[in-house]
Design a binder for this molecule. Sequence first.
Ligand SMILES: [Zn+2]
Length: 309
Amino acid sequence: MRAAFISNSDCGRHDTGWDHPEHVGRLRAITRALRDDPELFHTVDHLEGRHATLEELELAHDPAYIRSVRDIAEQGGGRLDADTVASSGSWDAATAGAGCVLLAVDLSVTGVHPRSFCAVRPPGHHAVRDRAMGFCLFGNVGIAAHYARAKHNLQRILIVDWDVHHGNGTQALVEGEPDIHFVSMHQWPWYPGTGAAEDRGPHGTVWNIPQPGGLPRTAYLSALEEGIDAATRGFVPDLIVVSAGFDSLAGDPLGGFTLEVEDFESLTRSLMARADSWCDGRLVSALEGGYAPERLAQASVRHLAALAG
Ligand SMILES: [Zn+2]
C-alpha cells in the first residue's frame, strides 16, 4: 500500500512575508527536497487536498471565529495575534491545510492510503477554539481527530505532537473528549508557556512531556516513546494522527531540542509499528513547525520515506 504525500497549492497563498519565520519557502523547500529524491518521489502518491467546509471547521472551532478569519482575509488580511498574520489568501490556505488532513483521514479509513504526510501551512496546533495563535489559524490535527470520530465512526484517536512547542491548541480542542488521547513533547519553559506535566486535562487523557533544551537526542526519543506507552495503556487507538513539527531539530531558530533528521525516520517507524498492531496501519501526519527550511525539508523527506515503507 503506497503512502500519500498530500498538499494543496493554496497553502502557498498564506502570505506572511519573508521576514516571518513561517513563510511559504518552507513548503517549497520540502517539494524541492522530494524532487531531489526521484526514487522516493515516485514511490509515493501525490495528491491535491481539498478544502475543509465550514461544518468541518465547526467540529472544533467557534463559528463566529471561523467567519472572522474569512472576513479578515476577504478584506485583504490583517493581524490575528501578536505573531500571527493573515493575507487575502489565508482563508483558502487555512481551509486547504485542514482539508488536506481530512482527506488523509478519509484515505486511511478506506484503506486506499493508510499512511499520509500532509505538507500544509499555516500550521495548526496552537489555534484554540475561538482564536488564532502562534502562526496557527485552524487546528488541523484537532479538527481531523473530531472528524474521524464524527464522519467515520472511529472511536479512539491518538494524537502525537513532536513539535518543539506545546500543542496547546490541539489540547484545548480535544481534551474534552475522553476517547482522544493527546501526547505532546515540548521544550519547557518555552512558548507558549503551557503544557506542564501535571496538566492532564479534565479526563486525564493528556500526556504533556515538558523537556529542557540541549539534552542528548536519545533523551527526547525515549521520553516521547514512554509518553506514547503511557497514553496507550489499556487504550487501543483506531487512528494515529501526528503533529509533525520539525522545529525540534537541532539548530532550529525557534527551538532548543537536538533531534537529527534521521530521528524522525526512527520515530515514524516506531509509530508505524504501533499503527500496524493497533489499527490496520492508519497513520496520518500533518506538518506543524520547522523554521530552518532546508533542515525541515530533509526531515520531512526522511519522515515520508519511512511512511512509504
Ligand atoms: Zn513549533
